[in-house]
Design a binder for this molecule. Sequence first.
Ligand code: C5P
Length: 233
Amino acid sequence: MAADVIIALDFDSADKTLSFLDLFSGRKPFVKIGMELYYSAGPDIVRAIKARGHRLFLDLKLHDIPNTVGKAMRVLSRLDVDMVNVHAAGTIPMMEAAAAGLKREDGTSALLLAVTQLTSTSEERMHKELLISATMPETVMAYARNAKAAGCAGVVCSPLEAALVKDACGPDFVTVTPGIRFADSAADDQARIMTPAKAREAGSDYIVVGRPITAASDPVAAYERCLKEFLGG
Ligand code: C5P
């Protein structure tokens, strides 16, 4: 199973993003761009980052009717992204349409991930507002099973849920986990956090790390520390 550290490029412009990436003269990090940067800089920023040799997770969390999601994924597949995601709440037909839309003519495909429940959603709100009466772990496991049945390669989840997901869906089902902090760094607005080493032990295949790297005084050193703690050696 592949394992890597993914840097969350939560910047609001192409200039800031590319200046940040200029710092990395050695290993080209796997990076994630989300809605803020994609909506401000568009597909050009994806092309620019890919042209520099980075692997890229496009974190747009699609959730719409199957036809719309399938067609949107067809467009994204031409951008040569390595990972994309949808909300598992869109149900199995929507995730199937996403998987079909992502298939390139040469048979390759970006890794399709599903978001189970957002880590910002509390169990209380899930019960009261979404009318889901199951517990959070039961919900996450059921959504992960649906994602697997629909042809997704894995899920985005809390590192605290990674082991549950592996139990439910098997060791090859990929877990990508944000909410990572060094033992000595600030939690910021993340509530349920884990260190890179603990996340690996807990079953994370990829960790998504933003501010502990992007806001560090030496981002390259922070990235290398993260790689070392996560991958060992
Ligand atoms: O700066 P930090 O390490 O908290 O960044 C985490 C990244 O992972 C951000 O891009 C955030 O949007 C994303 N993310 C998250 N929790 C989720 C899903 C995505 O923190 N459940």
